[in-house]
Design a protein around this ligand. Structure first.
Ligand code: NAG
Ligand code: NAG
Ligand code: NAG
Ligand code: NAG
Length: 351
């Protein structure tokens, strides 16, 4: 069986014989300064990692193939916004990114501030100058749309690469929008009791959070309701059948946030305040924690995850975290948002 908990691993380690293999399922690659809420992650085809920060309007680039100390490079600062959320690749090396005004500390106008941008990374690399890593050139950033009625755009997925359309969750609006990248026009695609708002302290009432299209279905979590759901969809993203709930959260502090699939269709869902990664098998029959522990900062309040795409890291699940900023570990421990690498037995996201 896969090793389940970092803390129980330490117990096994210290109690067992010296010939035991090194147990290192969770490795911190980088810890951001305190009060960094790293919200979402995407991986370029060259293996470099993109991370969005909800507590700042900064988009970061990180190369996991560089050994030793490695600091994320600022790719772009969307300085008219207070934070960033979902990110997804909608053309080879071109990413859609959500920005808006979410505030953790003060009351700011949140509704009406949500925009979707295009960040074109074609030709953008990392070079070294005087021992300092920097971008070879800046990305081309353009606004796709201002989704004025949205309450809090959060998760983002490509609906159709051919049609250049996206599905976007509105976690405080309790519904899923579709967006046409070419025209910037948007419509409500899915709005029902499965996407709706449910009480979710310490956050305000929250609904649909992570959303991903796989095959002819949309899969989505509901943060407040603690569910992982599936629905067959039409070409325009509207439901083509009833919604099925595949799984419910297991632990009292678990909050299903974003997720990803491996190539066999198993879902890897982050549990927020549960501080773990849960694997839900493709048939929905197995639901198991594969990394982290409720009482450990190893994966402190995870928000999103994605498999590696480099030659050597396809089985590595990269996870970003909020560091316990909203749900402190053990009720009192907050660290900086993290980028952690979780070794899995999966073949990665591409078969
Ligand atoms: C977001 O907040 C910033 C800083 O308070 C402000 O300058 C900006 O106009 C706000 N953006 C929107 C879209 O309201
Ligand atoms: C979503 O559905 C609810 C409940 O039916 C409805 O009240 C609300 O107006 C819908 N929202 C939008 C933006 O269509
Ligand atoms: C989830 O939603 C269902 C249907 O609305 C409801 O019966 C259930 O109580 C909700 N559970 C939680 C934890 O919100
Ligand atoms: C976490 O700590 C609580 C309180 O100390 C304890 O009851 C619980 O069993 C621990 N959970 C895990 C998963 O280790």
């Amino acid at each position: 069986m896969a090793l389940r908990f970092a803390v129980s691993l330490f117990a096994i380690c210290s109690a067992s014989i010296a010939t035991a293999p090194p147990l290192d399922p969770v490795r911190t690659l980088y810890e951001f300064p305190k009060d960094s809420y790293i919200e979402n992650i995407a991986v370029r085809s060259n293996g470099q990692i993109l991370m969005t920060d909800l507590s700042k309007s900064e988009l970061f680039l990180f190369d996991p193939s560089v050994a030793g100390s490695n600091t994320p490079i600022l790719l772009h600062d969307f300085d008219e916004s207070l934070g960033l959320a979902g990110i997804a690749e909608y053309q080879p090396d071109v990413f859609a990114v959500i920005s808006g005004n979410y505030s953790f500390t003060s009351t700011v106008q949140v509704v009406g501030t949500w925009k979707v941008w295009s960040v074109d990374l074609r030709g953008v690399g990392i070079t070294t100058e005087n021992g300092q890593a920097k971008l070879s050139s800046p990305p081309v950033v353009k606004k796709i749309a201002h989704v004025k009625p949205a309450h809090f755009l959060n998760g983002l997925t490509v609906l159709s690469e051919a049609d250049q359309t996206l599905l976007i969750s509105d976690v405080n609006g309790g519904l899923i929008w579709s967006l046409d990248i070419k025209t910037g026009s948007y419509e409500v695609a899915i709005n029902n009791t499965f996407t709706a708002l449910y009480s979710s302290p310490p956050f305000s009432a929250s609904g649909v959070d992570g959303v991903h299209v796989r095959g002819d279905s949309a899969y989505f979590t509901n943060f407040g309701n603690g569910t992982f759901n599936k629905v067959l969809i039409n070409e325009d993203g509207t439901p083509a059948g009833p919604v099925t709930t595949i799984a419910n959260t297991k632990g009292p502090l678990d909050q299903y946030d974003d997720f990803t699939f491996d190539c066999d269709g198993n879902a890897f869902v982050v549990t927020g305040g549960g501080n773990t990664i849960e694997m839900i098998s493709a048939d929905g029959k197995t639901q198991v924690y594969i990394a982290g522990n409720l009482n450990s900062t190893a994966i402190a309040e995870p928000t999103s995850c994605a498999f590696g795409r480099g030659p050597h890291d396809r089985h590595i699940l990269y996870v970003v975290t909020a560091g316990g900023m909203e749900t402190p570990v053990n009720g009192n421990t907050i660290i900086g948002g993290q980028l952690v690498a979780v070794k899995t037995t999966s073949r990665g996201s591409a078969c």
